[in-house]
Design a protein around this ligand. Structure first.
Ligand code: NAD
Length: 489
């Protein structure tokens, strides 16, 4: 059966596809501004029912102890998504405005395949570790450390890479034995709701293990964070919302896992191939119109080559035209909404007010009156103190900043409230490695290396988050540790 066949998506609660008690809300194609269809609009009571179902599935079934069933279900989800991959691709392009080329990797196929990593990890995981016999306080005792699921996970996700983020939470959380209530972003309800359809039709997940609650109302996320029946919040989104989630979760001392914003630096050392590094930096900032939390949006270059770096970045960006995301050659599609486009435009206006200049772009592309597009933009003439250089813009906007040597480059890169990612380019491997080691961030690319993969943890220092997603560390975020000490004679 085709997914979302009638243009209406449902809630998925306790194994059933349900209408939203508050009606429906539209989902929009950001490239055309057309309404694609509608999604179920949940209210607070729907959210309460979903939490209740997840609680019961955790407390009253053997889900958390039946590793074989869990591994089978996660693999079934992966295989069923693979079977629907072309439908999912068209949906993702239409709802997210994701360039088609990215659906072969992080926008779709990567995270679907990575469900296999979560299942494999659960299958081979050492759930019990025997510390052996000892006599703490003089009492002969055998100690076993058991790892077990945390419980009910509230997963709250953004719109920019919906499959990546939804599945990087669902995969490990479920494989580890938790039950989940997923509240996706209001801008991309369908990318989440299709999971409910696929799970209902093609998998053996017991009712209540996965629940998906779509809503245009952000406060449903806050309900998840506050609810005493929820054991842990796994949140990806902006730092401001993450702070609010932490405050809400504090009342019940829940575990909080946060993947937040970034303002990452692309550091070019003075022995690097400046033209090639500046071009790569500009190109990567245009990917998905800059709507990636780990994109390196500050290009930090030797002062002596500043003008050359700006010129190369501007030439690269000028050659990348914001385009139809369904075209296979498009790198830079639309922003997700008029609100985001206006927010980015606000930062472009701020850059000029702060004394910066545009070396390319600077506004909406004249050729695209329809769709939420912004021209790839290079900002020159600002220091790292400018708000434009410190705050997350989340658009195809690169700020070029001068440095006075390796120490200064490290200082500038680390002079940020964020600490998500970074890049270093240079010719001398030892020197590049020294600089990479000094960056206070969760992932570093050196001379073009790629850190994104199922087995590599991803996450941030400082205000970019708490905890790690993906890799073994991402699996273990969803586990408690219990020590069982048995007296021996
Ligand atoms: P957002 O913070 O506005 O929303 C994220 C989610 O939180 C949505 O589902 C939203 O409905 C929900 N939400 C909003 N207010 C809430 C509240 N008070 N309590 C609970 N939930 C609430 O973020 P966004 O605009 O959807 O996404 C863009 C942001 O996400 C950027 O800052 C980006 O850097 C960040 N992001 C981070 C990562 C990462 O892994 N570090 C990945 C992708 C996006």
């Amino acid at each position: 059966m085709a997914l979302l066949a009638d243009g209406v998506s449902a809630l998925f609660i306790d194994g059933k596809m349900l209408s939203g008690s508050a009606g429906t809300f539209p989902t929009i194609n950001p490239a055309t501004e057309e309404v694609l269809g509608v999604a179920a609009e949940a209210d607070a009571e729907d959210m309460g029912r979903a939490i209740d179902a997840a609680r019961r599935a955790f407390d009253e079934t053997d889900w958390s102890r039946n590793t074989e069933l869990r591994v089978r279900c996660v693999r079934q989800l992966r295989n069923a998504m693979r079977d629907h991959i072309d439908e999912l691709r068209e949906l993702t392009i239409a709802e997210v405005g994701a360039p088609r080329m990215l659906t072969a990797s992080a926008q779709l196929e990567g995270p679907v395949d990575d469900l296999g990593f979560a299942a494999d990890t659960a299958e081979s995981y050492v759930w019990n570790q025997d510390l052996g016999a000892a006599s703490p306080m003089g009492i002969p005792t055998r100690r076993i450390i058991t790892r077990e699921a945390v419980g009910v996970i509230g997963a709250i996700t953004p719109w920019n890479f919906p499959h990546q983020i939804n599945l990087a939470k669902l995969g490990p959380a479920l494989a580890a034995g938790n039950t989940v209530v997923l509240k996706p972003a209001p801008d991309t309800p369908w990318c989440a709701a299709v999971l409910g359809e696929i799970i209902a039709e093609h998998t053996e997940f017991p009712p209540g293990v996965v629940n998906i609650v779509t809503s245009s109302d952000h406060s449903l996320g806050a309900l998840l964070a506050k609810d005493p029946r929820v054991d842990m919040i796994s949140f990806t989104g902006s730092t401001a919302t993450g702070r609010s989630v932490m405050i809400d979760a504090a009342a019940t001392i829940k575990k909080v896992f946060l993947e937040l914003g970034g303002k990452s630096a692309f550091v070019v050392l003075d022995d690097a191939d400046l033209a090639s590094a500046s071009g790569i930096s500009a190109f990567s900032t245009c990917m998905h119109a800059g709507q990636g939390c780990a994109i390196t949006t500050r290009l930090v270059v030797p002062r002596a080559c500043y003008d050359e770096a700006v010129a190369v970045a501007a030439a690269t960006m000028s050659s990348i035209k914001p385009g139809d995301p369904s075209d296979s050659g498009t790198v830079c599609g639309p922003l997700i909404s008029a609100r985001q486009r206006d927010r980015v435009q606000g930062y472009l206006d701020l850059a000029i007010a702060e004394g910066g200049t545009f070396a390319s772009g600077g506004g909406r592309p004249p050729s695209r009156e329809v769709g939420f597009f912004i021209e790839p933009t290079v900002i020159a003439g600002l220091s790292n103190d400018a708000r434009t250089a410190r705050e997350e813009i989340f658009g195809p906007v690169l700020t070029v900043i001068a440095h006075d040597g390796d120490d200064d480059a490290v200082r500038i890169a680390n002079d940020s409230p964020y600490g998500l990612s970074g890049t270093v380019f240079g010719d001398d491997p030892e020197r590049v490695a020294r600089v990479a080691a000094r960056l206070r961030v969760g992932t570093v690319s050196v001379n073009g290396g790629v850190w994104y993969s199922a087995d590599a943890p991803f996450g941030g220092y400082k205000q970019s988050g708490i905890g790690r997603e993906m890799g073994l560390a991402g699996f273990e975020e969803y586990l408690e540790s219990k020590t069982i000490a048995t007296a021996v004679n």
